[in-house]
Design a protein around this ligand. Structure first.
Ligand code: SAH
Ligand code: SF4
Ligand code: F3S
Length: 449
């Protein structure tokens, strides 16, 4: 028996990559406080549920998870349960009302207070809460690299919050106003990560291309990142169509480390719907930018987000979205049925559609896209992709990502350790992945991305 055993923390994370990133920060802090991570909540001393409130489904998942942990708490009173993230930010003390067994609630701007909140809870035994928006002190520390083999990749938050106030979206209320992290601070973090063996960096933000001073600030950041020794690939998400600048588009042609993948949420193909969503671009603006990018870089993968069944969406509006899908031929889409979110302005719009119609439209979008994704992936057969190895996937195959962010499976090879890049010739294509074999290049088609 160790004399002073470390305590165990179990963290469950919902939502987006920003939330994953926040959980990684919490874990780094908790490790400094004497905790080890566990995958077994029943053995843990502390459970942190890092929540998401983007759609009601995300919230329901959190409540059913809380239900699971209530039983653990009933069995072991010493277990501390903390709720963080976007639901915590929005609901605050209401969480204690709905789940009285929760001990600590902290919001998206209060991660740095975690130690103080836990200490106070241990000292007084009372519930503790911090959900104010503040200029978070110490929010930029180097995050813990992920466990497991794929720690050759790291996410770096370059900004937080969002000022766009799209009418359907809770993020401006859960993450606060848009603020960019100073460029030197970001670059120092990337340099430190590169020093620890990271080869691929993913810049995160709700609206990365409005980083700092608009488009130029972001382009400058990407250029400087590309000069950091050891960094081989640079990615970013999410971009807002209104802020895609000619300089950013041009950079894809100048900077080989910049991966040829752009996630550019369109949300709808109808101008009426886009206007009610407050997206600040038209279908024509979007199409002209995307088609110009595709003309310049035929190998660029373009993915998007779409909301089906926004209030007032007519059959004709929906047809516009389906047609946009066929025109752009996205590599993939992330599509969602509109979910009314308390506090957002879309709640008070006329014409809310019945749930079954929203879901029928969602299914139609997904079927259409699946056919397009398979076609585009099949066109990759015979091509050679440069794949960065992430490790063992399903069926004991290896897997990795191409520069255009396609998931590629291939037979395990000793010559392909995690983080290495290997040329894979594509032999089979599916809707969401490709399969291929390691090739030595002789007699093969040139790398397409
Ligand atoms: N900042 C990013 C992503 C925000 S959240 C952007 O602006 O694109 C990720 C996606 O969730 C959004 O792009 C949108 O498609 C979807 N989403 C957000 N709020 C939603 C809601 N109320 N109902 C359904 N989908 C929603
Ligand atoms: Fe939400 Fe719009 Fe901001 Fe994206 S840009 S986070 S959809 S408000
Ligand atoms: Fe969800 Fe918050 Fe991210 S609402 S999608 S966890 S910013």
């Amino acid at each position: 028996m160790p004399i002073n055993p470390r305590k165990l923390v179990y963290i469950e994370t919902f939502g987006c990559r920003m939330n994953d990133h926040d959980s990684a920060r919490m874990l780094a802090m908790l490790e400094g406080m004497g905790y080890n991570k566990t995958d077994a909540p029943e053995r843990s001393d502390l459970i942190v549920i890092n929540t998401c409130s983007i759609r009601d489904k995300a919230e329901h998942k959190v409540y059913s998870t809380l239900g699971r942990f209530r039983i653990l708490k009933e069995q072991r009173r010493s277990l501390v349960i903390a709720v963080s993230g976007c639901m915590a930010q929005q609901l605050g003390a209401l969480i204690f009302k709905r789940a009285p067994f929760v001990d600590v609630v902290f919001g998206t701007h209060n991660i740095h207070k975690l130690k103080a909140l836990l200490d106070e809870r241990a000292r007084s035994g009372a519930k503790t809460i911090a959900v104010d928006f503040n200029d978070e002190a110490g929010g930029n520390e180097l995050v813990r690299l992920p466990d497991g083999p794929d720690n050759h990749k790291a996410s770096v938050a370059i900004m937080r919050g969002c000022d766009n106030l799209c009418s359907y979206c809770v993020v401006p209320y859960t993450r606060g106003a848009e603020t960019s992290r100073p460029i030197d601070d970001v670059l120092r973090e990337v340099q430190a990560l590169a020093g620890r063996g990271v080869k691929e960096v993913m810049y995160l933000g709700q609206n990365v291309n409005s980083y700092l001073t608009g488009a130029l600030g972001f382009v400058e950041l990407l250029r400087k990142t590309a000069t950091i020794a050891g960094i081989e690939r640079v990615r970013f998400m999410t971009s807002h169509p209104k802020d895609i600048s000619p300089a950013l588009i041009g950079l894809f042609g100048e900077e080989p480390k910049l991966c040829r993948h752009l996630h550019l949420p369109v949300q709808s193909g109808s101008n009426e719907v886009l206007s009610r969503m407050r997206r600040a671009y038209t279908r024509e603006d979007y199409l002209s930018k995307v088609m110009a990018i595709k003309r310049l870089y035929p190998d660029m993968a373009i993915t998007t987000d779409i909301i089906a069944g926004f209030p007032g969406e007519t059959d004709a509006d929906f047809r516009d979205t389906m047609e946009l899908l066929r025109t752009v031929r996205f590599d993939n889409i992330y599509s969602f049925a509109y979910s009314p979110r308390p506090g957002t302005s879309a709640m008070s719009l006329d014409g809310h559609l019945p749930e079954d119609l929203r879901h029928t439209r969602l299914r139609l979008l997904q079927e259409e896209q699946k056919a397009i994704s398979i076609e585009l992936n099949r066109a990759m057969t015979g091509a050679v992709l440069e794949v960065m190895v992430d490790g063992i996937g399903r069926d004991k195959d290896m897997q990795g990502r191409s520069r255009c962010n396609r998931l590629v499976h291939f037979p395990a090879s000793n010559d392909a350790p995690c983080g290495a890049t290997v040329d894979i010739m594509i032999t089979d294509a599916y809707a969401n992945s490709l399969r291929g074999v390691v090739c030595d290049g002789a007699g093969m088609a040139a790398c397409v991305c």
